[in-house]
Ligand binder design. Structure first.
Ligand code: ZN
Length: 367
């Protein structure tokens, strides 16, 4: 289910039939010439992020002068990160530049720097960012990377190089695992059977995503759903609109291999980039007790960073998209004897057996 317009820099489902190679991706960074934090951000955020991306994914980046737009290459994914800037105080000039990048087909991302008070607190009015920034991002067709980092030396709320690293992977090659697609008639038949079996549950989950707004950024970038079975899984695909999904948006996953960071699947698009941790979580749960039938990972604007359920926030941040993250989530759930946790600064994981149970959870917890 694709909602993004063809001309935009947004994710498109057709891009995710195959894992992108570094040669399919161009990355650029633009330092805001008017920011007093520009040199610092280049040194502490941009360079370390691309150093790690080069070492681990083979991705490199070029500097782009402010105001310049890379020439369109329809065969490639073009990524630009711009900043630092305060999205609440962005000038018309900056907005026009960012919108022009996106209109040219560039995936445009923003590193933020919000000045703090002398005491290191968010300035009055910062709370407006919760609604103003998502609206601005929709209007310009860009993504502001969420600024969790409070830098007391520079006295700004900003991003870390790790935020940028994760964002670049998410916007370009997307997956950390190595996929192998199976076209075996037996696997195709199982996927077909599971589609019929789970169709009504998928429709129910779509309704719950709509009714409870279970996403933060976009319903097709956020979240992941796994139905578990004996020895295989039925998993939502990358770029699945969770508010309008159907069995066409789900894959059969028949195996995974943590040591090779690989999985085997059947279906038209790649399984969710978050599939590795939920495959691992389901295996660990079945070895140590009872396997849940259903795992739902979703985002929620208020719960992720709000004041409620702070005791359910994971102790550490979790690097999503890796099998090892499933081990962390398993430990967090077990320690809390809970059927859900909040992944620090990220989103929720819920385990259970039915969509009815998930609906009761939504009513109990989300309001
Ligand atoms: Zn997520």
């Amino acid at each position: 289910m694709v909602t993004a317009a063809l001309t935009s820099g947004n994710l498109q489902a057709a891009d995710y039939c195959h894992k992108r190679r570094p040669a399919d991706v161009r990355c650029f960074y633009v330092i805001n010439p008017r920011s007093p934090h520009g040199d610092w951000a280049l040194r502490e955020i941009v360079r370390p992020a691309f150093r790690a991306l080069r070492a681990e994914c083979g991705l490199s980046a070029e500097a782009l002068p402010y105001g310049e737009i890379p020439t369109a290459r329809p065969d490639l994914i073009t990524y630009v990160v711009y900043g630092p800037t305060d999205p609440l105080l962005m000038t018309g000039d900056e907005k026009a530049y960012l919108a022009a990048l996106s209109a040219a087909g560039v995936r445009t991302n923003v590193v933020s720097a919000y000045e703090l008070t002398a005491g290191g607190a968010d300035r009055p009015g910062y709370e407006r960012a919760a609604t103003v920034v998502p609206d601005l991002c929709d209007e310009l067709d860009v993504n502001a990377i969420y600024p969790d980092e409070v830098d007391r030396c520079r006295n700004i709320r900003t991003n870390t190089w790790q935020d940028l690293y994760t964002n670049v992977i998410g916007e370009t090659i997307r997956l950390k695992y190595t996929p192998a697609r199976s076209l075996e008639p037996g696997d195709l038949a199982v996927r077909h059977r599971l589609g019929a079996e789970h169709a009504w549950e998928i429709a129910e989950l779509a309704r719950l995503h709509r009714e409870h707004r279970l996403w933060q950024r976009k319903p097709w970038t956020d979240g992941s759903i796994v139905f578990t079975h004996d020895g295989f899984w039925y998993v939502s695909q990358t770029v699945t609109d969770k508010t309008a999904m159907s069995p066409a948006d789900f894959d059969l996953v028949t195996s995974y291999d943590e040591s090779r960071q690989a999985l085997t699947y059947t279906g038209p698009r790649l399984p969710s980039s978050d599939a590795p941790e939920y495959l691992m979580l389901s295996s660990l749960l079945s070895m140590h007790g009872r396997r849940p039938r259903l795992i739902v990972h979703f985002h929620h604007r208020e719960l992720t960073r709000g004041h409620r359920y702070r005791e359910l926030v994971t102790a550490a941040t979790v690097e999503c998209g890796r099998f090892a993250a499933g081990r962390q989530l398993f430990a967090e759930l077990r320690e809390r004897r809970s059927d859900w946790v909040i992944i620090r600064e990220h989103g929720m994981v819920w385990i259970g057996d039915s969509t009815g149970e998930f609906e009761r959870f939504c009513h109990r917890v989300l309001h």
